[in-house]
Design a protein around this ligand. Structure first.
Ligand code: ATP
Length: 233
């Protein structure tokens, strides 16, 4: 579904991604782990079209989207739920969700809204309240639900567990796992390596702008180097 080949990018004169290769197949949950500053967010910015690629290609469902603008990628089904939530705090929960479907004018919007509420019942309870009043975990749920309103085929998630209490980390990642049932393919970037690999099919380990390891998530969880460097074991 998503295929990245030899991708390089730079900030000014400094190259920060040095030839990334990765694949996300339809129906998979794929996790990218790596330390602070490894380049995970930059890679996601390249995938969503915010950061220009200096070399290499990105293909999505067979199309070369390396230079496609962000809105075109969203339209094709490649949708990112941003880090740090970036919800509209003055708008209600429901208004935020409807904004995620701004490009659609059909009856499916209401159906998708009900599906989002089914996935996150707390959002239904608070649908008419300002989103700014939600807790951190609830805002993260809203960010994911809003991205789902855009009808993604492949959802890109940047640190969905950022800033959440441990119990909510598991809850959010379990929800990510349940997206499989909605036929949504997921590429998730996480510093919370253990929880994120636990819900994934496959994983990539990134270090200083390069992919260090690519393997089934269970193999990474069992790998001594990964356990030492990223799982704190
Ligand atoms: P984190 O988990 O802390 O977000 P990351 O793995 O996502 O880390 P990036 O944010 O992609 O890493 O950063 C990769 C490298 O690029 C780092 O060395 C960072 O300092 C640098 N960098 C990030 N954004 C910019 C920018 N806008 N301009 C210049 N350098 C940047």
């Amino acid at each position: 579904m998503l295929s990245v080949n030899g991708l390089r990018t730079r900030y000014g004169r400094i190259e920060v991604l040095h030839g990334i290769d990765l694949e996300v197949h339809s129906g998979e949950i794929v996790t990218l782990v790596g330390a602070n500053g490894a380049g995970k967010t930059t890679l996601l910015r390249c995938l969503s079209g915010i950061q220009p690629v200096t070399e290499g290609t990105i293909h999505f469902r067979g199309d070369n989207i390396t230079t496609a603008p962000s809105y075109a990628r969203v339209k094709q089904g490649l949708v990112q739920a941003p880090e740090g939530r970036q919800i509209f705090t003055n708008l209600s929960v429901e208004e935020n969700l409807r904004l995620g479907a701004y490009q659609y004018r059909d009856a499916r919007v209401d159906k998708d809204l009900q599906e989002a509420f089914a996935l996150f019942p707390i959002l239904r309870e608070k649908r008419n309240l300002p989103a700014g009043g939600l807790s951190g975990g609830q805002q993260q749920m809203l960010a994911i639900a809003r991205a789902l309103m855009g009808r993604p085929m492949c959802l890109l998630l940047d640190e969905p567990s950022l800033g959440l209490a441990p119990i909510l980390v598991d809850q959010i990642l379990e929800t990510v796992k349940s997206l499989k049932e909605l036929d949504v393919t997921v590429f998730v970037v996480e510093q919370n390596a253990f929880a994120a690999l636990s819900i994934a099919d496959r994983g990539y380990v990134m270090e200083t702008g390069q992919i260090l390891m690519a393997a089934p998530a269970n193999d990474l969880l069992a790998d001594d180097r990964v356990r030492e460097a990223y799982l704190g074991v």
